[in-house]
Structures are given as C-alpha cells and as structure tokens.
Write a protein that binds this ligand. Structure first.
Ligand SMILES: [Zn+2]
Length: 102
C-alpha cells in the first residue's frame, strides 16, 4: 500500500487556514473546493487522499447528543489546474468541531 504524499510531510499552507479556503456543492451532493488564489471559484482537483488518523471516539461521543462510529481524520491533496496552486486540507470528526466562521 502506497503512503499518502509518498511518505513526505504534509500540512496545509496559510492559503487554507483562517477561513480562506471556500467550497460548495452544485446540483449534486458532491462538495467542491475553490482555489484560494483564483478569483472565479475555480474548482480544485483532489489528487490524492489518505487516512491521517483513525481512532476511538468515545471521549467525543460523551460530549455530544450523537454517536459517531469511530473517529477519523482524512487528508486531501488539492491542485488548481488553472494556476498550479497545490495544498493539503484535512477533514475530521475528532478534536475541535467548530471555529470562528464569518
Ligand atoms: Zn487557481
């Protein structure tokens, strides 16, 4: 099994932090990320994904009304065909589940 990002370190840049990465669904239930450097909602390609973490989530279920089956963090490698921007983002159901969204 190949390692995500060929085993090299991965971490999102300043382009994706503090609410700068946006996205949306369109006609379907698929979600798309928009390039944070292009100004026209250019959709980013997802070149790869990996399981960053998978763990018991019992400590989080105890704080919520709902129960997740297990905890996970997925990492995605994003790329803009238009400008060449590339970056990483993570989606997780553990840790902080909120933020200061504007
Ligand atoms: Zn772009």
């Amino acid at each position: 099994m190949e390692k995500f990002n060929n085993g090299a370190p991965y971490h999102g840049s300043d382009y994706v932090t503090h609410g700068k990465l946006k996205g949306s669904t369109d006609e379907t239930d698929y979600f798309y990320f928009f390039c944070p450097t292009c100004n026209d909602n250019e959709v980013l390609r997802i070149l790869d994904y990996g399981v960053h973490a998978k763990e018991s989530i019992k400590q989080y279920n105890a704080q919520c009304k709902s129960n997740a089956i297990y905890g996970f963090t997925l990492v995605f490698k994003l790329y803009c065909e238009k400008c060449g921007y590339n970056d990483f983002i993570k989606i997780s159901n553990t840790g902080r589940q909120g933020g200061n969204f504007k």
